[in-house]
Design a protein around this ligand. Structure first.
Ligand SMILES: CSC[C@@H](O)[C@@H](O)C(=O)COP(=O)(O)O
Length: 379
């Protein structure tokens, strides 16, 4: 997608072919800054602090983190089996909910352990680049499938924009390009279908207000930021045609973990007969789990994300202010789980399906026993 008219991905290789470039998402929308990461520790920190975030981008970033770890010149680098395992463990510990992280790391480990140590550095960069390129194509396919839903909504009411509500940022900033929930929106916009996007602000980190609004604005897609509690009201008054969100982990039976507050939107959508869609690449499906409420680990983050907020002050500098009294306890669950029964459809790279048809759409998915650790040497 584009920043100030220039085509960009969210992750790239710098001209030296080894250093990894990222957009520092903790600075948006007030500052557009990039960062150059040259070792494993820097990538692990970038994921933990959410300089890079969003399930598919976390996967691609972790893959590049494995490549950085193969650099013999980096302090934490090395190409032996133990180095591969250490890098895998270090990156896996960065964030617990988005399963794309484990998917990408397992794929990198499998490839690297099957490669002679002397070739591992180049192989790691090639595989990380393949993961990033695949993500772009997958998101484009999600967009094409989701476009049909938006076109159908437009044909039902051709005299007004299609009103889509989204939560958090499942946009191109959360992937390598296009986004998941936003890919159908960008394609619809390109196709000339009039749109209006309701952007949940998505407290506490404001990924909607900060990131989704910024990227939709960069592409000229009409939108309005709404407080998180507004969606139910809009749906009751017939102002939402469909909801499209992303996901960090979807179980085999279609339970969906996504940014905290998604579940409440799904409940409101069901109560008001508004279709509730979830857009996802298949790397977000955890085939080992059925029950998401019991099985998906929910990340708990620092209370400071709730108690403090950073914004642009009148003097043009960034300022952090406190919103919660000193001494009040704060609880900050980053995700919640929407049960499959509330999900109208899953928009995947292979098409749109109901949650119960997910396994049929991916008959080639890895059975649970095949997932996870790759045997090392003669184990
Ligand atoms: C295409 S991204 C889907 C999800 O990762 C997204 O909706 C989300 O919840 C992101 O959470 P974040 O905590 O910002 O990484």
């Amino acid at each position: 997608m584009k920043v100030a008219g220039e085509a960009m991905r969210t992750i790239w290789l710098e001209p030296d072919g080894r250093t990894v470039g990222i957009i520092d998402q903790t600075r948006l929308p007030f500052r557009y800054e990039t960062a150059a990461l040259s070792d494993l520790a820097a990538m692990a920190t970038a994921i933990t602090t959410m300089q890079v975030r969003g399930a598919p981008l976390i996967g691609a970033a972790a893959a590049y983190g494995m490549a950085l770890a193969m650099r013999p010149d980096a302090a934490d680098g090395g190409v032996e089996d133990g180095d591969v395992e250490r890098a895998h463990a270090r990156l896996l510990a960065t964030r617990p909910t988005a399963v794309n992280l484990r998917w990408a790391l397992d794929r990198m480990r499998e490839v690297l352990l099957l490669t002679p140590p002397s070739d591992r550095l180049d192989r790691a960069y090639a595989e990380a680049a393949a993961i990033a390129d695949e993500d772009v194509e997958i998101c484009r396919s999600i967009g094409r499938h989701g476009l049909h839903l938006i076109r159908a909504a437009h044909l039902r009411n051709p005299d007004r924009p299609v009103r889509v509500l989204t939560h958090c940022n499942a946009g191109w900033l959360a992937t390598v390009d296009w986004g998941t929930a936003t890919a159908p929106l960008y394609l619809a916009h390109e196709a000339g279908i009039p749109l209006h996007v309701w952007v949940d602000e998505t407290r506490p980190r404001n990924q909607g207000a900060f990131l989704t609004a910024w990227e939709l604005g960069q592409h000229g897609v009409p939108h309005a930021v709404i407080p998180d509690n507004t969606g139910g009201h809009l749906m009751q008054h017939g102002l939402v045609d469909l909801v499209i969100v992303g996901t960090d982990r979807t179980t085999a039976k279609g339970d969906v973990a996504n940014k905290i507050g998604t579940y409440l939107k799904a409940l409101a959508a069901r109560d008001n007969d508004v279709p509730f869609y979830v857009a996802l690449p298949s790397s977000t499906i955890d085939w080992t789990l059925e029950d998401g409420v019991q099985g998906i680990p929910i990340e708990e983050r620092s209370g400071d994300e709730v108690a403090l907020i950073t914004g642009l002050a009148g003097h043009g500098g960034l300022e952090t202010v406190r919103l919660v009294p000193e001494g009040s306890a704060v609880v900050n669950y980053a995700f919640d789980v929407t049960p499959a029964r509330l999900v109208t459809g899953l928009i995947t790279e292979r098409g749109v399906c109901s949650p119960e048809d997910l396994a049929q759409l991916f008959p080639d998915h890895q059975p649970p026993a095949a997932m996870g650790r790759v045997p090392v040497n003669d184990e």
